[in-house]
Design a protein around this ligand. Structure first.
Ligand SMILES: [Zn+2]
Ligand SMILES: [Zn+2]
Length: 226
């Protein structure tokens, strides 16, 4: 976990007991979990967050009108696996590449789901096909959490199992609508809205929100000057 990541997830100014720091969990609004708030807030463990980031980045490698496929070849898949610390996936092959591209399409479908029931159906199919083996682990200093991918799973099955369960978590929490697409006119990138009041409309990747702010600012100035 990078220092920036820690800061983002634990924005609470008060001192926090060591055990809770090590939990490395966060509620959706960026506060550390308070026992009484557990039932109200959506808590995201470190691993869920990592799995979500991997899913979002995977979906966003899909080619668009103006962009090439971010998973065009095996080296690109190697980079993706390394950047997301996807462990124990063995030697990657062209079969892995095509399997990951198929999984990418299925994740895109989940982001496009119109309601929780549609999302649940797609997630169930994805996770069932991945052959999950839920198991508790406390690796690398993180408190107990569940890994879903089966030991020896291919990279596609690994992504489908842990990414699928990370998305399932949002359906369970009644938060499926946080799985979004950027609303900037020329951008349809996927993102997960982790803002307190589900108000985020634009992705980070191309600073879409910023660009729109600048455009709105220029338009206002033009109006004021004209
Ligand atoms: Zn883990
Ligand atoms: Zn965008």
């Amino acid at each position: 976990m990078s220092p920036a990541h820690t800061q983002e997830l634990s924005a609470e100014p008060e001192p926090v007991p060591r055990a809770r720091k090590r939990l490395a969990s966060a509620s959706i609004d960026g506060r550390l979990p308070d026992p009484q708030a557990r039932e109200r807030n959506v808590l995201i463990t470190h691993d869920t967050r990592c799995a979500l980031d991997a899913v979002v980045d995977l979906v966003n490698t899909a080619p668009e009108d103006d962009t090439a496929d971010g998973l065009a070849n095996l080296p690109a898949l190697h980079d993706f696996v390394r950047n997301h610390d996807i462990s124990d996936v063995g030697t990657l092959s062209e079969l892995d590449l095509s399997a990951v591209r198929k999984i990418r399409g299925r994740f895109a479908g989940i982001f496009a789901a119109s309601d929780p029931r549609a999302a649940a159906t797609l997630i169930n199919e994805l996770v069932a096909a991945a052959g999950t083996t839920p198991r508790l682990t406390d690796h690398d200093g993180y408190d107990w959490h569940v890994h879903y991918f089966a030991p020896g799973a291919s990279v596609a099955d690994h992504l489908a199992a842990d990414g699928g369960m990370a998305l399932a978590f949002f359906v369970v929490a009644g938060e499926q609508e946080r799985l979004r697409r950027c609303e900037a006119p020329d951008c349809r990138r996927a993102f997960v809205d982790l803002s307190r009041n589900r108000s985020r409309r634009y992705c980070d990747s191309r600073t879409c929100g910023n660009r729109l702010h600048v455009a709105a600012y220029r338009a206002r100035r033009k109006e004021a000057a004209g």
